[in-house]
Design a protein around this ligand. Structure first.
Ligand code: NAD
Length: 499
């Protein structure tokens, strides 16, 4: 058992906690335990929320100059420490180092966007809405807000939340994934070094006990969640029942539609990169390939050729392109889906179940897997597998492809590959999915747009980060003012009219 403890973080320092429930953290490439993470009790969560509530009293009125300064300093610290953050990601998540660097970069972009808080928190002003009466609006912070995040982007997904929340003047309590928690503590330390006052950013590690306390705590005003759909639905329903503002982003089953006129080499590159990158553990991974007409016959050999060359290994190995899955249980679950696909009659063209990585026999590896002739009633089609398994469905025409996408309960991302501008334009307009790529397999919005799916991929009214993030973490106030003047005098019981 590892002796490294990853503590809660409250008031800019580790919270000492000698005993209680805890979990083990593993290096997925070796299968060896690398740390122990305490599971917060109700009392631990209350401590963190109380620290955040106290800090909120001054942070909510801290000047724009002060908040900007901290965010700019934090931005520099994350930029300078990319290597340390990326390495930590690889050690606990397993993704290859180059991919971990990509995660840091995309998180950094949201911090940079949040640095523009002076512009983004501006209200509106109207002079003379009535004679010598002015009106203006303010966007004010909510108070204490909480974030609950998944294992697959342990640095970036929290960065979708707390830089924006803090920029708006809120204080934050983060409950990161218990599977790869260390990077959160690293970022908490950088926030401290950036000059963030104690209590503005706090971390409680743990499981459902911590989450449930955050969902019911009277001092938590809003909850941002990213994770699987069943938990997202639970968070949304419980949080809103407790009168909190909630945005809950859920799971996905992203389709890539390939029309017969597409550039098949580009499509094959994209399908392989988007299906197997991060071992398929991305909510924007492509997990279904919908091939229209004869596209499959042209595409399948090209995909198989590329799969044959993929190097799977320890994420710290510079030659590795794909790392392990997050846990042994998850690897076994994914392997179970592959077996179910075979039993259901799909054609297994590449089978990653037997893969062994020399020197890493204890790692949670499963190689790139490809199914052809998948049909909608198979579980490999209907369920989010969250592993390196790509399912190919053959359909006769464009309308069949669109119908298929629309019939699926998830609607996070989708892509179309074609050289026909008219078809692409029609697709992006009519498709009922939140994020759309045209010859782009993973259309993750830039920080100055907002990220979010539709249907079972998102519960709530706001997408995350971008302008929607600033709206989510603030509430609107409208002020109408006038100054004493004889013309305003006189009793008038009528409803105010503007003159
Ligand atoms: P998860 O839903 O199991 O866990 C997410 C968070 O919820 C974790 O912090 C976890 O501790 C907590 N949690 C788990 N079970 C809980 C319960 N019963 N009650 C309360 N809290 C609970 O998700 P995961 O396995 O960590 O991450 C993978 C999932 O996240 C996939 O479904 C993926 O699609 C999704 N995801 C979605 C997006 C998006 O933007 N839509 C982004 C990343 C990941």
């Amino acid at each position: 058992m590892s002796t490294t403890v990853i503590p809660h973080w409250v008031n800019n320092e580790p919270l000492p906690r000698p005993s209680g429930r805890e979990g083990e953290v593993f290096n997925p490439a070796t299968g060896l335990a690398s740390g122990r993470v305490p599971f917060a009790s109700v009392q631990d969560v209350d401590l963190a929320v109380e620290a955040a509530r106290k800090a909120s009293q001054s942070w909510s009125t801290a000047s724009i100059a002060k908040r900007s300064k901290v965010l700019f300093a934090y931005r520099d610290l994350v930029d300078r420490n990319r290597d340390a953050i990326a390495r930590q990601l690889t050690l606990e998540h397993g993704k290859v180092l180059s991919d971990a660097h990509g995660e840091v970069q995309r998180g950094l972009e949201v911090i940079e966007y949040a640095c523009g808080l002076a512009e983004l928190t501006k209200g509106e002003f109207s002079e003379n809405v009535s004679t010598e009466v002015d009106s203006y609006s303010l966007r004010q912070p909510l108070g204490v807000v909480a974030g609950i995040t998944p294992f697959n982007f342990p640095a970036m997904v929290p960065m979708w939340m707390y830089p924006v929340a803090i920029a708006c003047g809120n204080t934050f309590v983060l409950k990161p994934s218990e599977k790869d928690p260390s990077v959160t503590n690293l970022c908490a330390e950088y926030l401290r070094q950036a000059g963030l006052p104690p209590g503005v950013f706090n971390v409680v590690h743990g499981d459902k006990v911590a989450v449930d306390r955050l969902l019911e705590h009277p001092d938590v005003a809003a909850v941002s969640f990213v994770g699987s759909t069943p938990i997202a639905r639970y968070i949304y329903e419980t949080g809103t029942r407790n009168h909190k503002r909630v945005q809950a982003l859920g799971g996905a089953k992203n389709h890539m539609v390939v029309l017969p006129d597409a550039d098949m080499d580009l499509a094959a590159d994209a399908a392989v990169s988007a299906a197997y990158g991060s071992a398929g553990e991305r909510c924007m991974a492509i997990s279904v390939l919908v091939c229209v007409g004869d596209a499959a016959d042209k595409l399948v050999p090209k995909i198989l050729e590329r799969i044959g060359k993929l190097k799977v290994g320890d994420g710290l190995d510079p030659a590795a392109e794909m790392g392990p899955l997050i846990t042994r249980e998850h690897r076994d679950k994914v392997a179970g889906y592959v077996s179910a696909g075979v039993d259901a009659g799909a054609a297994l063209l590449a089978d990653g179940r037997a893969l062994k990585v020399p020197g890493r026999e204890g790692g949670y590896f499963l190689g790139p897997t490809l199914f052809d002739r998948v049909t909608p009633e198979m579980s490999i089609y209907s369920d989010e597998i969250f592993g390196p398994v790509l399912s190919l469905v053959r359909v006769p025409g464009y309308e069949d492809a669109v119908r298929l996408v629309h019939a699926h309960r998830y609607a996070n991302g989708v892509a179309v590959f074609t050289n026909d501008g008219g078809a692409a334009r029609r697709f992006q307009s009519e498709i009922q999915v939140g994020m759309v790529g045209v010859n782009v397999p993973i259309p993750v919005p830039l920080a100055y747009y907002s990220f979010g799916g539709w249907k079972a991929s998102l519960f709530g009214d706001h997408h995350i980060y971008g302008r929607d993030g600033f709206r989510f973490y603030t509430r609107n106030k409208v002020v109408i003012t006038r100054w004493p003047d004889p013309k305003h005098r006189g009793v008038n019981l009528g409803f105010p009219q503007h003159r």
